[in-house]
Design a protein around this ligand. Structure first.
Ligand SMILES: Nc1ncnc2c1ncn2[C@@H]1O[C@H](COP(=O)(O)OP(=O)(O)OP(=O)(O)O)[C@@H](O)[C@H]1O
Ligand SMILES: [Mg+2]
Length: 259
């Protein structure tokens, strides 16, 4: 099962992604968590120990390694490089392990200059596609906010997008845009997780503005989620209600994907 978690900024993508990973992990599944948001820290949400977090180097920052794999010419990132770099061993060598979770931190790609065809981008894209198509673990990708990266086809091939929304029109607009883009890149399933719910009215508002069949479930606004954030702890370890909601969401997701 390969899932990409998307949505507007600040809606709770990383919170949800981290709890979902931990819920699968607690069931005994091997989980590959992919941090595809350059500004984020999925490791923290997952509950990785600080000693490991301090050591994390994003793949995109491993310049020598990227050079070696893409055989960029000696004068720097010139025009000649391999468009088909070897990526098969990267997960094993460069992921960070915690419980049954392997974390790959993709990092950021300089979007200026060489644009799409810079060596970093080629390597990251090939790696992502390899993981989506060949890896056997459950893969949960925590994406950057917004939809620009979807246009670049970063998550092409995933089984589903989960769009995290909150009871407000802007995050719902993002969901509608993701749905359109998903069609363009051949991702057939787009689901919704409604986060930061405070009342029945919130749920009603959401139901009136999205396709009801897309909704996997709701997560209530929880003070403990905020506390976990402030204390740099995993919401999985601190927020029982949130974990229960995510468990129910996971059940629905599994049933819908196996259909
Ligand atoms: N159910 C919830 N109840 C209360 N607070 C929440 C809930 N979900 C997320 N938050 C809080 O909202 C903030 C944003 O959450 P998070 O970082 O998970 O969002 P994000 O979508 O990943 O953001 P970004 O777009 O910056 O990556 C955090 O402070 C988090 O603790
Ligand atoms: Mg995030």
């Amino acid at each position: 099962m390969k899932i990409a978690i998307t949505g507007k900024g600040g809606v709770g993508k990383t919170t949800f992604a981290s709890v979902l990973c931990r819920v699968f992990e607690a069931e005994g599944k091997n989980v590959l968590a992919v941090d595809a948001d350059p500004d984020d820290n999925l490791a923290l949400g997952l509950g990785f120990p600080q000693e490991i977090i301090d050591k994390i180097v994003p793949i995109s920052a491993m310049k020598e390694f990227i050079k070696e794999r893409t055989r960029t010419n000696a004068k720097g990132f010139g025009k000649m490089f391999k468009l088909n770099p070897e990526v098969e061993d990267i997960k094993e060598k460069y992921s960070y392990k915690f419980k049954r979770i392997s974390l790959l931190n993709m990092g950021t790609v300089d979007k200026g200059g060489n644009g799409c065809y810079c060596p970093e981008n080629v390597l990251l894209k090939k790696l992502t596609h390899h993981l989506i198509l060949e890896d056997e673990d459950i893969m949960i990708m925590d994406m950057e906010a917004g939809i620009e990266h979807l246009g670049r086809g970063v998550a092409k091939g995933v089984d589903a997008f989960i769009v995290v929304i909150e009871p407000g029109i802007r995050s719902i607009q993002t969901y509608h845009k993701v749905k359109k883009m998903a069609l363009d890149i051949g991702v057939e399933k787009v689901f919704i997780v409604a986060n930061k719910i405070r009342s029945e009215m919130d749920i009603e508002y959401i139901m009136n503005n999205v396709s009801k069949n897309d909704i996997l479930g709701n997560i209530y606004f929880g003070e403990k989620v905020i506390d976990s954030d402030r204390q740099n702890l995993s919401p999985y370890d601190l927020c029982k209600d949130t974990v229960n909601s995510v468990r129910a969401i996971k059940e629905n997701l599994t049933n819908l994907l196996l259909k």
